[in-house]
Design a protein around this ligand. Sequence first.
Ligand SMILES: [Zn+2]
Length: 379
Amino acid sequence: MKLEATLWLESPLSILRQRGTGNQLETLRHVPGRVWRGAVASEIMRERKLTTETAHRDAVFQELFLAGKVQFGDLRPEGGAPWPLSARECARVDKHETRDLLVKAGLGEDLPQECDWEHLGDRRCEGKLKAPEGFYEWDGLGLKKVEAPVRLTGHTAISYYTLRPREGQFFTCEVLDANLRLEGSIGIEEVSAEAAAELRKTRELYLGRGSTRGLGRARLEVAEGRDGDEEIGERLRRLNALFEAKGKVVFTVTLRSPCLVYDEWLCTRSWLTTGDIEEAAGAPEGFLEGYRLEAWYSRMVTISGWNAQAGLPRGDEAAIAAGAAFLFAKIVEASQRDAEIQRLAGWLGQAERGIGERLEEGCGEAVVCDEFHCRRRVR
Ligand SMILES: [Zn+2]
């Protein structure tokens, strides 16, 4: 079951991109699941009068945070989705159509190097193509960029002795502006009514950096989940219509949050395998046998965190970045085609519950056959 979480920033918020110090601190443009999960946990501990020694014995706390039953998804500005890494936009003119390279690469077509937008009777644009940053939403007509307004705040260090600014110590810190709305989801599996009611409460949270100086105050509201996107079978059929002439059945997986998957040596991988998807979908082993990764756009990011109980930073981990997109394909005889698509539709939707590790912290959020790659007005 899914709940919808909305976070309203009541004061500016800064979630550092990298742990650490420096004179210029950058903020993330979203609130990772692990950040607000920690804030909700500490709020629930305060309300239920739990300490770090007793919390694990509390049945509700146990269910919500220790049993792996609740997934706190990333919260993104206005509920936008991260641009797939396969998207390209014109670097010269904002309005020129954004295109997607994943399906083109899967079809083995030549990939465009420059914008081919043509005004009537005019020459082609020929602007460079670049990967868009941030988030987008689909407003029914086209793709719209979702901006997260940020600004810089400055402060000086104060001398302990003179209580005056210390010379030469001026810092800037980037913040997300107050009044921004961030949205995401909570996935829950079989929790008690009491635990579910606890999750649905509206809460005041303090997140990120500088909460003692008034930064990061936010209101969290939780509502029932809305009906999802178009049915997976429909999305699969539409994507596969493009591959019929090639004799292939394909599906895509597009990540909405960073994803942690490991190889046999426990090193993080920068790509997904069919095994990862089978496991996430709960499908029988060998379900995706014969499927090969034919096109992918991926990069790595570092995710870090804070262990509140130990009062220490958590170790950094490399993860596949949000927006990474993968296309798997298999050669299938024409007579078997429909049955194969039907078979995929039966399981693949379940992989959207999350792929890889640390799902309860919002990692591994994925969309199978994201409409971005085949219906939205991207070529
Ligand atoms: Zn252009």
